[in-house]
Design a protein around this ligand. Structure first.
Ligand code: GLU
Length: 594
């Protein structure tokens, strides 16, 4: 269609567009349990994987009606906003990696800091960083949302069905009601600050008690807002009544109002970036460039592992063994040291050596691998390296907590594929619910993505931190939506990603190794227990490894202990027969397809 004038394009589109009728499925909420065994799903023509059965089903129906992967992603995202409101939605941001059969593109819908903030945003009067939750559950943390503008940009290029129709599933479910899922019920029960927001309190805690699993919930405010966005596009969110209401809610926060303005909302632009593609084993792995640290850090870990002596038996009795975990954890320590020093919004910081690929240079990674020995580098023992020539002395970014988020993987019948990770940052974001000025019950939650910036603008030596707050900057992310290709043929091999804060990086890296190096299928790979370190102590997923593994890692100096590690991986693999999908047993996701 390139070359046609816009009006002719629009006409051509209407002529060829198929239409889509949504049927509300009969999906009962799953039994409430911490983890649920997933079967893995084989499909032939197309496949969609998302974190909630109603959301997956909306994507399935769109694909069945001839929609593209992007079309399905829009339907899935809008239903997720309704049924998994704690993790993502129109009040947040997202990264989407897209393959159109030839090219891989990265669509950036990351939130942006308002124009009127500075690096002291999260410091108190004494210049000390605020408590994390005080900053998160406030107006200060709300960045300009980017998910809708990003999906709109991607839809303009790769949409098949009309934009408005893709909102039908979420609108119908919001109006007719859906059964609250166990995970949403558990999240509501364990959440303190959300009740303090008058809109969210009245909606999710009627009579003061949290909604329970299985209860029917309608969301008339969200239905009305989605109707506006369906009809008028992202303009309806970024200008007009819905925007006015958003700004009023952020600025008027009872304890800490934010600076987000109408001008910030109106001027937000989603960006199209060049995906980063890196050779690894027999594959080319494509992921998101900065402002995400995801791909660079995942590939540093995998690249360092490649330079270490191969572990003879990485899996012991079906679980990652101590010898492999030792290498993986120390590779993670080294990669996280570089991440903390160098990675931030590329509009504000230069890549080391002028190109991010300096961080993945095999010679550089071989040198980093030389630092890994029999004993661990230990808690705080890994220093950043010096990839490329770097003149600025960046300070080190201290680790901060992150939670929440959702991942979507889709492959359509034409062979387009997406990996999209979408977030409002913490569970329930800033705990501010906006009704779009409708005066109706419900609405959508605003993100707290700005807490992904470093609270401290400089380190103890006074060096500026690359990821400090600056006006109109996008906070560094860990999200790692990933598409994998066969290096020789260029054929698609897999799509995957996960929520989990900074541990997204470990979850994604290990799943890639499990599927592509160890030969596990997507479900087996996602079932494996996790091990992570951000550079300090190491953590093993609670109750999943034999005691001897923990002891052996501690004997090497990993300062390891157990904790809950809740990923939400989704993965699709291309097989000889079609596709095979896996969903994380730790969350409510399923895969569907024909
Ligand atoms: N806000 C985080 C990021 O963009 C993701 C949070 C999460 O997964 O819990 O890196």
């Amino acid at each position: 269609m390139i070359g046609l004038p816009l009006s002719a394009q629009a006409e051509a589109e209407t002529e060829t567009e198929e239409t889509f009728e949504y049927d509300i499925p009969a999906i009962a909420p799953e039994v409430a349990s911490e983890t649920e065994e997933k079967p893995g799903w084989a499909t032939q023509r197309f496949a969609v994987a998302a974190a909630n059965p109603l959301a997956t089903d909306a994507g399935y129906q769109v694909l069945k009606a001839g929609g593209s992967a992007i079309d399905a992603a829009i339907a899935v995202q809008m239903v997720l906003n309704l049924v998994e409101p704690q993790s993502s939605g129109i009040g947040g941001g997202a990264f989407l990696v897209h393959f159109d059969g030839e090219e891989v593109t990265a669509f950036d819908g990351r939130e942006m800091a308002p124009g009127a903030v500075d690096e002291s945003l999260f410091l108190d009067e004494e210049g000390e960083p605020l408590e994390f939750l005080d900053a998160a559950a406030s107006g200060l943390s709300v960045g300009v949302p980017g998910t809708v503008r990003m999906l709109e940009l991607a839809h303009k290029e790769h949409g098949e069905l009309p934009w408005a129709e893709l909102f039908a599933p979420a609108i119908q479910l919001a109006e007719d009601g859906f059964a609250v899922s166990p995970r949403l019920a558990t999240s509501l029960a364990g959440e303190e600050r959300l009740r303090q927001d008058s809109q969210a309190g009245a909606f999710y805690y009627p009579d003061g008690a949290p909604l329970e699993a299985g209860e029917t919930l309608r969301n008339p405010a969200l239905a009305a807002i989605l109707r506006e966005i369906a009809e008028h596009g992202s303009r309806a969110l970024h200008t007009g009544n819905i925007a006015n209401d958003l700004v009023t809610r952020v600025q008027g926060h009872q304890e800490r109002g934010g600076a987000l303005s109408l001008e910030d909302l109106a001027s937000y632009e989603a960006k199209q970036r060049k995906a980063l593609c890196t050779d690894w084993l027999a594959y080319t792995v494509c992921g998101f460039p900065p402002p995400s640290s995801g791909h660079l850090t995942v590939m540093q870990i995998l690249g360092i592992l490649e330079h270490l002596p191969a572990v003879e038996e990485p899996l012991v009795d079906g679980l990652p063994g101590e010898a492999w975990l030792h290498q993986f954890l120390d590779a993670s320590r080294l990669a996280f040291a570089d991440r903390g020093k160098y990675i931030a919004d590329p509009a504000f910081v230069d890549a080391p050596g002028g190109d991010w690929s300096s961080m993945l240079d095999p010679e550089y990674l071989a040198k980093r691998a030389d630092l890994v020995g029999d004993q661990s580098l230990g808690d705080g023992g890994a220093e950043p390296g010096n990839p490329g020539e770097l003149s600025t002395a960046w300070g080190l970014h201290p680790a901060q907590p992150e939670y929440g988020t959702s991942h979507i993987s889709i492959i359509d019948e034409q062979g387009n594929a997406i990996a999209m990770t979408t977030t409002i940052e913490q569970a329930f974001g800033s705990r501010i619910m906006a009704d779009g000025g409708t005066g109706l019950a419900g609405g959508y939650l605003l993100n707290n993505e700005l807490t992904d910036f470093s609270f401290e603008p400089e380190d103890e030596q006074g060096n500026p931190i690359a990821n400090r707050v600056e006006p109109r900057k996008r906070p560094r992310s860990s999200m790692s939506p990933t598409l994998v290709f066969d290096r020789d043929s260029g054929e698609l091999v897999a799509s995957l990603g996960s929520p989990g804060g900074a541990a997204i990086i470990h979850y994604t890296a290990k799943s890639l190794v499990a599927m592509l190096d160890w030969g596990l299928d997507a479900q087996e790979a996602l079932d494996l227990p996790h091990a992570i370190t951000l550079g300090g102590p190491a953590f093993l997923e609670e109750g999943r490894f034999p005691a001897s593994t923990l002891e052996a890692l501690n004997a090497r100096g990993h300062a390891a202990s157990e904790r809950e590690l809740v990923s939400g991986l989704q993965a699709l693999q291309v097989t000889d027969e079609g596709f095979f999908g896996g969903a994380d047993p730790r969350r409510e996701g399923v895969v569907m397809g024909d």
